[in-house]
Each structure stands twice: as C-alpha cells, then as structure tokens.
Design a protein around this ligand. Structure first.
Ligand SMILES: Nc1ncnc2c1ncn2[C@@H]1O[C@H](COP(=O)(O)OP(=O)(O)OP(=O)(O)O)[C@@H](O)[C@H]1O
Length: 240
C-alpha cells in the first residue's frame, strides 16, 4: 500500500442554492478498502457520482491516478438488456483485455457468481439477485484498479449478501485493487473496510474517520474491537 489512487482536495457541491458537500478532503491508497457512511441525504451518492465522473463538482480538486481502470456497481443493476449474460462482460472487456485473457476471466467470474449455466440467457430472464451478481462479475471482468460500490447489497437477500461479500473479499485478496464502498449499513462497513468515513453536517463533510486494523477475513460483528466501533458509529447517527 503506497501510492494514491484518488485524491480529493477542498471539494464542494451544491444543487442550486442547496449546499450538499463542503470542504471534502480525502485520499485513497492502492489496495485500500474505504467505506463512506452517513445518514440519508448526507451526500454519499453525490460524492460517489462525482468520483465516478457522472456529476461535476463545483469547486476543489479531484485527481485519479493516470490510466486508472475504474468499475462501478450501483444499487440497481444497469445491465445491457439486449446482450446476453456473457456478452455483458465481453462488451466492457474489449478495451482492456485480449480475447484470450477476457474469455478465461469471464469463465472464472461467471462460475464464481454461480451464473455459468446462464451465460447465454438475457438480463430480463434473471432474478434481481442474479442481476446484481452479474453486475459484480461485470465490474470485476475488466480487472479494475478501483471498484466503486454504491449500496450494491441493498436490494438483495441476507444470504446472498454474505456470499457476495465473501466473493468480493476473495477476489480483492487475489487482485489487490482498491474499493470505495457507499453504504447505509455500518455492519457492512465494519466487516469490509480498512477505513470508514462518516459524512455528516449541512453541508456535509467527513466528520469522523475510523481505522480498522483487524484483517477482513478474521472479523466478526461480535468481536470486542469491531463492536465498540459499531457503537461509536451508532452514537454519531444519533447526534446527526
Ligand atoms: N439532482 C439533484 N437535485 C437536487 N437535489 C438533489 C439532487 N440529488 C440529490 N439531491 C439532494 O442532495 C442531498 C444529498 O443526496 P444524496 O443522494 O447524495 O445523499 P445520500 O447520502 O446518498 O442519501 P441516501 O442515503 O438516502 O441515498 C439530498 O438532500 C438530496 O435531496
């Protein structure tokens, strides 16, 4: 872990006269997982969209490492309905990987998310959970340097959530990319992230940062250290 993949300085954003974010300063290092949490309306998605290049900031600097390969997973699937399951991956891979590399990775990822038998199906034939699994496979199919996740587990069952989280951590351990996760759920944040940023205020800023030093695979919600962070976070929600 060393170089910065992403650096944000004094960023602010308003919607007309409504100031949502002010004075955001943030750095993300190679291989790090950072979660942004905060109450509803605190500007998490706004910040995500600015980082993803989907929305302009008003002021401030945002620097992404040169040549950075960015992949996103949103709350709701954004698949191409006219392409097959496999071709949703092939389509995004074409600018980044050779055909041979791409084919091997598609096979591996579709197996990993349990969709290999559906490779020729179309998104309209999949359930909501299957679509979200496909979103994860598609995002990982370009071998990203930075994976941006905006509430990716929000509309899926708890069992599948656990499975997808495991899959993501396994893949992250193998490939060592960085992850920026936006979530409503502090439990998700404490299980996945190295660092948690709590957005609060109006306009919102990063009010508090938590570092978690226990390796991801060794954490449980009932562990003393993890539980005390969860309690501190809960207190912040009460005060916001
Ligand atoms: N396009 C827009 N035009 C005007 N106001 C907006 C727009 N998008 C978001 N807002 C407002 O900006 C604030 C922050 O919204 P944002 O979606 O970024 O928050 P959030 O923390 O992601 O919320 P949630 O957790 O509920 O998804 C909210 O008050 C919202 O109403």
């Amino acid at each position: 872990m060393s170089a910065n993949l992403l650096s944000i300085k004094n960023l602010a954003k308003s919607y007309n006269a409504y100031e949502v974010l002010a004075d955001i300063n943030f750095e993300l290092k190679d291989g790090e997982i950072v979660a942004f949490i905060g109450s509803s309306g605190s500007g998490k998605t706004t910040l995500f969209n600015i980082i993803a290049g989907l929305l302009d900031r008003d002021v401030g600097e945002l620097t992404l490492k040169e040549g950075l390969r960015l992949a996103c997973v949103f709350q709701e699937p954004r698949l191409l309905p006219w392409k097959s399951v496999e071709d949703n991956l092939t389509f995004v891979q074409q600018n980044f990987l050779t055909e041979k590399e791409g084919a091997a990775l598609r096979e591996y990822l579709l197996k990993g998310v349990g969709l290999i038998d559906f490779r020729d199906s179309f998104p309209g034939e999949l359930s909501g959970g299957m679509k979200q699994r496909l979103e994860f496979a598609r995002a990982l199919s370009i071998k990203p340097d930075l994976l941006l996740l905006d509430e990716p587990f929000k509309s899926i069952d708890t069992g599948l959530k656990i499975k997808l989280r495991e899959l993501l951590l396994k893949n992250w351990q193998e490939e060592a990319y960085s992850i920026l996760l936006i979530t409503h759920d502090p439990r998700e944040a404490v299980l996945l992230a190295d660092r948690i940023c709590f957005l609060a205020g109006q306009p919102a800023g990063i009010e508090k940062e938590f570092k978690i030093r226990i390796p991801q695979g060794e954490r449980g919600l009932a562990d003393k250290g993890i539980y005390s962070i969860l309690q501190e976070i809960a207190d912040l929600y009460l005060m916001d």
